[in-house]
Design a protein around this ligand. Structure first.
Ligand SMILES: C[S@@+](CC[C@H](N)C(=O)[O-])C[C@H]1O[C@@H](n2cnc3c(N)ncnc32)[C@H](O)[C@@H]1O
Length: 511
């Protein structure tokens, strides 16, 4: 449906040098926002949109460039100021026609209330991340934006530069920003940001030239050799497959009469960005882009939505949870020395020292480091004492001939010589099952079945926050269920008496 705001946006695009295929339909619904559909079949290699870099909203192009650069600001903060500034200009902004198709803010957890974050996202990794984000953004605002209102009072309207407006701008950048090139950095790319996302099944790619040098800043030393999220492979493929495709859709823009198809325009032009079709799309289907391969927590965090059956989904188990489990079985001293040995063996968790965690894959497979940690934690004392001296031998480069099975397995896992299942003794599997229960209890008293019933009664558009929180929780809990299955499969019966034979058997084992 072409709404009034879409018609205004198309006029704005035409007068700013954008070109787009008339095989693309922009659909605008009050409830679900804007999406893109194919009006006829799109062929792999077709260029369906050309977007001039100079019409993108970046720090470099914004009317607020001087204010931002004079204050020594840039990056995402600078872009947020540029967005707030252009919004403050209203119809006077060169981007007025673009800004009016943007929502006030994107519904990412960053702009939810703290109660919503705590309640809806309980058990997931997001409450902590979002709270940290909120604190940093408030600090940024106080340190960098608030002082600007004093230093350039005649040019900045405070009503558009408050903390809420800053959060709104940050949500738009997180959900719609693109890396353009080294000169422009990160920016808003009108038209490219109309496409919705589908994990691992996208139809179009955003491509950017890698060697743009601005006319007004040719000596900028960052202008060459830039890295961007542009898909260089798709770009070079397009360049090498030639240009004219007689079936290619017609251009819909101010100069449509001049140009047969978009494949003829913008090729190798470093001042342009493109959307290129990467797989055939049938007529009537939605045309999807990809925002990257990521799990649901990352999708919700950055874009405000989740996907059911997202194969890149993961769930984390904090090292802290593992240590809690240890403390129910062992003394603090025991746990500390085993963790220390585990680290000296060269294992680690993800994250940093403030928050260490283990990833569980979509299939329910725990990170090797977690299995090894449980294994080391559960070693009988005599095996533990034997293992420590053998470390120094291994560290000196001479493999100990006497190394027992435990050493063999741990070192072999490290050098990818053996399946990690060889460490899955009954005790390790019991440990994993205990961790699953502890991790699952973080979601609160509702069971996964309760969550599923609630999701069934929830409207994905009108109750968007609840809907995507439930999908996130349910998908994470399903991964935990798969981890439960993984840990319940027949385990290895390692003991100290049958070293190499057991090891060989375990390498053959297929899951
Ligand atoms: C780049 S914009 C895409 C255009 C957007 N639909 C609009 O109305 O402006 C990204 C936003 O679109 C929405 N979106 C994109 N892909 C989605 C999907 N697969 N499911 C639900 N919402 C999606 C999210 O709100 C996301 O933050």
């Amino acid at each position: 449906m072409a709404t009034r705001r879409l018609r205004a946006f198309k006029r704005w695009m035409s007068s700013n040098g954008f070109e787009w295929s008339d095989a693309l339909e922009f659909v605008d619904t009050r409830e679900e926002g804007i999406s893109v559909r194919a009006l006829c079949q799109l062929k792999e290699g077709d260029v369906v949109a050309n977007m001039p870099k100079k019409a993108c909203l970046t720090v470099r192009t914004s009317m607020a460039r001087d204010i931002i650069e004079d204050a020594g600001l840039g990056g995402y903060l600078g872009l947020a100021i540029a967005i707030m500034y252009e919004r403050s200009l209203g119809e006077e902004s060169p981007w007025a026609g673009y800004l009016q198709v943007l929502p006030e803010q994107e519904c990412v957890p960053l702009v939810w209330t703290l109660d919503e974050v705590d309640e809806l996202l309980r058990g997931t990794e997001l409450p902590q991340t979002v709270k940290e984000d909120k604190v940093l953004i408030c600090e940024d605002w106080k340190e960098n934006i608030f002082p600007l209102l004093d230093s350039a009072p005649s040019r900045l309207n405070p009503a558009f530069f408050g903390i809420e407006q800053y959060f709104a701008a940050k949500s738009l950048i997180s959900s719609r920003g693109f890396e353009i090139d080294d000169y422009h950095g990160f920016g808003m790319v009108p038209l490219a940001d109309l496409f919705n996302h589908k994990t691992g099944a996208e139809d179009v790619h955003f491509t950017a030239s890698s060697n743009y040098v601005s006319d007004d800043d040719a000596d900028d030393n960052n202008s060459n050799n830039d890295e961007s999220i542009a898909d260089e492979e798709a770009l070079s493929e397009k360049l090498s497959t030639g240009t004219t495709d007689l079936d290619a859709p017609q251009v819909e823009n101010g100069n449509a009469g001049d140009t047969e198809c978009l494949s003829d325009t913008g090729d190798g032009d470093p001042s342009m960005l493109e959307m290129i079709v990467v797989k055939d799309v049938s007529s009537g289907a939605e045309v999807f882009n990809t925002y990257g391969l990521m799990g649901n927590a990352a999708l919700l965090h950055r874009y405000g939505f989740t996907e059911q059956d997202n194969p890149y989904d993961i769930v984390n188990i904090d090292l802290e949870t593992v240590l809690q489990w240890c403390s129910s079985l062992f003394s603090d001293r025991h746990s500390r020395s085993r963790v220390s040995l585990w680290r000296r063996l060269g294992y680690s968790a993800c994250g940093d020292e403030n928050s260490e965690y283990f990833e569980i894959s979509f299939e329910g497979e725990p990170q090797t480091g977690l299995i090894v940690l449980l294994y080391v934690m559960l070693l009988p004392d005599n095996a533990y004492h034997k293992l420590d001296p053998s470390l120094s031998v291994a560290g000196s480069g001479h493999e100990s001939r006497d190394a027992n099975l435990l050493d063999d397995n741990i070192f072999a896992i490290k050098s990818c010589n053996v399946s990690k299942r060889s460490l899955l003794t009954k005790k390790v599997c019991d440990g994993l099952l205990a961790l699953v229960n502890m991790r699952d209890s973080l979601y609160g008293s509702e069971s996964i079945e309760d969550d599923i019933v609630q999701l069934g009664n929830c409207n994905s558009v009108r109750e968007r926050k609840l809907y995507h929180s439930l999908v996130l929780r349910i998908c994470e809990r399903r991964i935990l269920q798969r981890l439960r299955d993984f840990a319940s499969e027949p385990f290895e019966t390692n003991n100290h008496g049958s070293s190499r034979k057991k090891l060989k058997k375990s390498t053959k084992r297929k899951r």
